[in-house]
Design a protein around this ligand. Structure first.
Ligand code: 2ND
Ligand code: ZN
Length: 331
């Protein structure tokens, strides 16, 4: 099977975890930022989270280096463009990328400048390649909450013009959802779609809460519904999209090895699973790699692949017009 030529949809990818290592070096030099090395191999290995990570918290330490060069409009625009370019070159036809606007204010950029820059980079790639995309705004769960409404307000003018959804990311503690109800309600009122990272670090109840309290239409990872019947049933009844990210899930110890990933069992039980990258650089992966690994490990057929591709279309926060375009690539 030629995995590279398959049409693909990635609904869960973080901008800051997917920066080309060479771009980190280039931007650091341009911006006079000191980085640990000028050697691309060293920078690459500093960016990749090892398989020996103990948990998500250790995985999340890999983001400081890319974020150090993502504090100017030009740097952010370039990184956004390059990520969409990389994806287009491996036949990703639709790409939802997320990032945390709160992480890009170290040199005083406004949320409007930050969101405008990612959208501009994406649109430049859309004009050059056969790829369509949208951005998701992620709020860091561990950050102070006083500027969450400002992020939502700044993204609102871009809704359906490059921005589509709201997400909660970062370290996952049991019971995190209740504190975020007013913010998610505010985002929904403004017109955002909702996806929430939940059930990545062992707590199925968080998935139940994300769907019931935060009205999540999709869940990032969601693996631990396996240990929580209520969450499992709710996901199934409400057709909640599960954004699985196999390589990342191994690094963060959400699963011990790929063969233990529940995605095949979910698929066989008709849960709406999707296959995604999470972080191309930090997880040292591409959509082609994720698709190949999953299809080989679980002996999925071409028909299975296109069933999952169609689930991704159904679960995408894209316009009907884009969804129709994506259907034209389906088998
Ligand atoms: O897999 C993840 N789970 C939770 N948070 C994550 C994951 N990957 C990246 N993040 C965080 C770190 C990034 O700085 C932030 C915004 O992209 O989102
Ligand atoms: Zn993620």
């Amino acid at each position: 099977m030629n995995y590279s030529s398959l049409p693909k949809i990635d609904l869960h990818c973080h901008l800051d975890g997917s920066v080309r290592p060479q771009t980190i070096i280039d931007l650091a030099n341009e911006q006079n930022i000191s980085i640990p090395s000028q050697d691309i191999n060293e920078i690459t290995s500093l960016m990749i989270a090892p398989e020996t990570c103990q948990n998500l918290d250790e995985y999340l330490m890999r983001f400081d280096l890319p974020l150090s060069v993502m504090q100017t409009q030009a740097g952010i625009e370039r990184i956004s463009f390059e990520l969409f370019e990389d994806a287009a070159k491996e036949n990703v036809k639709y790409f939802e990328v997320r990032f945390g606007p709160q992480l890009h204010q170290l040199q005083g950029l406004s949320f409007d400048q930050i969101i405008g820059s990612v959208v501009k980079g994406m649109q430049r790639a859309e004009s050059m390649y056969d790829i369509k995309g949208n951005y998701i705004l992620s709020i860091l769960r561990t950050f102070p909450k006083d500027n969450i409404r400002d992020v939502i307000d700044a993204g609102a003018p871009y809704l359906n013009k490059g921005v589509v959804a709201f997400d909660l990311a970062g370290a996952e503690l049991p019971g995190f959802c209740s504190e975020f109800i007013p913010y998610v309600d505010y985002a929904i009122e403004k017109g955002y779609r909702i996806t929430i990272h939940a059930g990545e670090q062992g707590v199925g109840q968080n998935v139940f809460d994300a769907v019931s309290m935060l009205k999540a239409e999709r869940v990032g990872h969601g693996i631990h519904i396996t240990g929580h019947q209520g969450a499992y049933d709710l996901v199934k009844q409400q057709n909640i999209g599960l954004e699985t990210c196999p390589s990342s899930n191994i690094q963060t110890k959400a699963v011990d090895k790929l063969s233990e990933h529940p995605l095949k069992a979910f698929y066989e039980d008709a849960l709406p699973i999707t296959i995604n990258t999470d972080n191309r650089t930090v997880s040292n992966t591409t959509m082609t790699d994720e698709v190949r690994k999953v299809m080989q490990e679980f002996s999925l057929s071409r028909e299975d692949y296109f069933n999952i591709y169609k689930i991704s279309i159904e679960q995408a926060f894209a316009s009907d017009e884009v969804k129709q375009h994506l259907m034209s690539f389906a088998d």
